[in-house]
Design a protein around this ligand. Structure first.
Ligand code: ADP
Length: 658
């Protein structure tokens, strides 16, 4: 029986919630978001037609709380729940609960989820259905003796995996027999801690393997198809960072064989929604083996959507409603090439540890063929509670080379300021000659990449960043000063003195000396000199000309930090140390100087005239803003060094009051 969904509750958060809401709008389905304390101001909450608070930030108190979610679904009259990925998406009891409550679960039937919930059960079932599995042991006898014997028979190296495992947790490579006992014990402990049960499977370790997965789809009428492959071998900590389709090593023959195996897996499960069959392909033999079925929509599903033009969320909703699949296997066609990069708040040079904090600025470059899935906007927090993924960047183009070029451009131009991310790392990876040739396996990052060197910046880039920071700070002070007109800035005796600012950049001190002559800032940084013109400035960007080349840099200044971005150098963060003019002791008492390059509009006083504090002395115009210099204390004008209509540099001594 078909059932039409009118109201859909999304039991998830972040980018995937936004993604599902988008399809809801397209289909005319009312969307209900649920949100935790930490997500109260998140974009997906605003995008949904209705949003309901469900609890504290910790997932157990909100996105994993089945009672609360079911309760909201009923109150809001939701006839279906989409679980997204993670959280409750592969939770058998939740899928069953939805069924009992008469709410459609937008995912496969509970039995299919259950069958794939254990790696041991999944492998046994697949073996029965002639889907090739990695040689190994997945029996119920979990004694050390049996596991050791299994490992010896398979031959080292072997991989121990938790039967209940997921997300790469609880996996352990064992290279020789003498390590096996302690490895089993450690893996069991880890599994028990992470998943509450300590069952293990033992597998032959594929030393050079590629992770290739097939998108599968089924309906409630027994139809099952595959929607081509995604290559996901670029991983760190057994977790994907880049996915592409088609796989660079895929030929039509292999695709057909693997696709068939994927459809067999789907049929073995009476699969009736979106899923992914993961395989590992042995690089040396080209043999492929089943790893697992993910019974949900994957993070990387946009790659498949981009090459097929299909909307997988829409297909999920249609399958859940009981509609037959709208396409047959023969109609599935991939066109062109798509790649996805996952932008994470993590430090590649520090073992990819997640980073928390505020994304001070997030700006996506306008590029045709770029799709960005994100839950972030400027000011968003990356909190300790959730996955540190900031955005998924997906590009499509006719060929792999064209798409890679485009992705490099996107990674260079994306502005994400405020914290450490893997943006530079992704760019390095994308430029790697072996990656470009498609010659990689699941160990590529560890083996091929110089992770220490990822965030290392060249001196010229640090200097460009520092120049931008100085000019941005200078311009900010000037604006503030214009608002508080009575405080002239930069009391120096003569305009040719250098000002000095000091920053730290990654433990190193960067001392910047500069002065302004005519229309040019002269910078001295270390042994280097730079001639710079300030072309324009806003509160977010600064455009400058450095040795004849113009640059627009993004700058964010917060708590003595200058976050600077330019496509040529990536992100540079400078911490302000101190600001002081060099020859402070030599300031001219009673001297008034031009705070910035200006034109003299009006001289309001004459030599010998008595003035009172606060009285206007000279009106200047600079960068289209008028500025009045006022007397800071009572006195007599001793001398005036300028006249109406003339142009003066910043620091020019205008007059003296004694
Ligand atoms: P999880 O469920 O924790 O994600 P998987 O079984 O899907 O675990 O494996 C995750 C990753 O671990 C794979 O993408 C692959 O890189 C690696 N892997 C898994 N099994 C093997 C194996 N037998 N040999 C080599 N690498 C493997």
């Amino acid at each position: 029986m078909n059932q039409t969904i009118h109201t859909l509750l999304i039991a998830n958060r972040g980018e995937i919630a936004s993604r599902i809401i988008r399809t809801c709008k397209k289909m005319g389905i009312k969307s209900v978001a649920v949100f935790s304390e930490a997500d109260r101001n998140a974009p997906f909450v605003k995008q949904a037609d209705t949003a309901v608070f469900i609890g504290e930030s910790s997932p157990n108190a909100s996105y994993l709380d089945q009672d609360k979610i079911i309760d909201v679904a009923k109150k809001m009259g939701a006839d279906a729940i989409h679980p997204g990925y993670g959280f409750l998406s592969e939770n058998v009891s939740f899928a069953q609960r939805c069924e009992t409550e008469n709410i459609l679960f937008v995912g496969p039937n509970a039995a299919a989820i259950d069958a794939m919930g254990s790696k041991a059960k999944a492998k046994s079932l697949m073996k029965e259905h002639k889907v090739p599995v990695v040689p190994g042991y997945q029996g119920s006898d979990q004694s050390v003796a049996t596991l050791r014997q299994a490992a010896n028979e398979i031959g080292y190296p072997v991989l121990l995996k938790a039967t209940a495992g997921g997300g790469g947790k609880g996996m352990r490579i064992v290279h020789e027999e003498k390590e096996i006992e302690s490895a089993i014990e450690a893996a069991k402990r880890e599994a028990l801690n992470a998943f509450g049960e300590d069952g293990l499977i033992v597998e032959k370790y594929i030393a050079s393997g590629r992770h290739i997965e097939f998108q599968i789809f089924g309906d409630k009428h027994g139809n099952a198809i595959h929607i081509l492959e995604r290559e996901c071998s670029i991983q760190r900590r057994y977790q994907k960072v880049i996915e592409e389709s088609p796989s660079p090593i895929m030929g039509e023959k292999l695709r057909q064989k693997m696709g068939e195996a994927a459809v067999n897996a789907a049929k073995a499960l009476s699969y009736d929604n979106a899923g992914t069959v993961e395989f590992i392909l042995d690089d040396t033999t080209q043999d492929f083996y089943f790893l697992e079925v993910n019974t949900r929509l994957q993070v990387e599903h946009p790659v498949t959507e981009e090459i097929t033009g299909l909307d997988l969320v829409q297909m999920q909703i249609e399958s859940a409603q009981g509609l037959p699949l709208s396409i047959s296997q023969n109609e599935v066609k991939g066109q062109g090439y798509a790649i996805e990069c996952r932008l994470y708040a993590e430090d590649a040079s520090n073992d990819f540890l997640p980073v928390t904090g505020t994304i001070e600025r997030f700006e996506i470059p306008q590029v045709e063929g770029l799709r960005v899935e994100t839950a972030i906007e400027s000011g968003s927090e990356i909190s300790i509670f959730y996955d540190p993924m900031i955005a998924k960047l997906i590009v499509w183009d006719q060929s792999r080379a064209a798409a890679h070029r485009k992705m490099q451009y996107v990674l260079k131009n994306l502005v994400c300021l405020g914290m450490t991310t893997n943006q530079d790392f992704l760019l390095h990876l994308l430029k790697h000659p072996k990656f470009l040739k498609g010659e990689y396996d699941t160990h590529f990052i560890q083996r091929e990449m110089d992770l220490e060197g990822i965030n290392v910046k060249e001196e010229k880039d640090i200097h460009l960043g520092a120049i931008a920071a100085v000019l941005f700070g200078w311009q900010q002070r000037e604006q503030k000063r214009t608002l508080l007109k009575s405080i002239p800035s930069g009391w120096r005796n003569s305009f040719y003195d250098y000002q000095q600012e000091a920053f730290t950049f990654e433990d190193k001190e960067v001392v910047v000396k500069y002065r302004f002559l005519k229309d040019t800032f002269h910078f001295l940084i270390g042994e280097n000199t730079y001639e710079t013109k300030l072309i324009s400035a806003t509160s977010r960007k600064i455009r400058l000309e450095l040795d004849g080349v113009q640059y627009t840099l993004d700058v964010k200044n917060k708590d003595h930090h200058f976050f600077v971005h330019h496509e040529s150098m990536g992100n540079i963060t400078l911490i302000e140390k101190e600001r002081f003019p060099i020859k402070e002791s030599e300031q001219v008492k009673g001297g008034y100087i031009a705070p910035m390059p200006s034109q003299i509009i009006k001289v309001l006083v004459e030599s010998g005239q008595e003035v009172n504090a606060g009285e206007p002395l000279i009106i200047l115009s600079s960068m289209k803003m008028e500025n009045t210099i006022e007397a800071v204390e009572d006195g007599v004008v001793e001398e005036i060094y300028t006249e109406e209509g003339s142009s003066v540099e910043a620091g020019f001594l205008l007059l003296k009051v004694i």
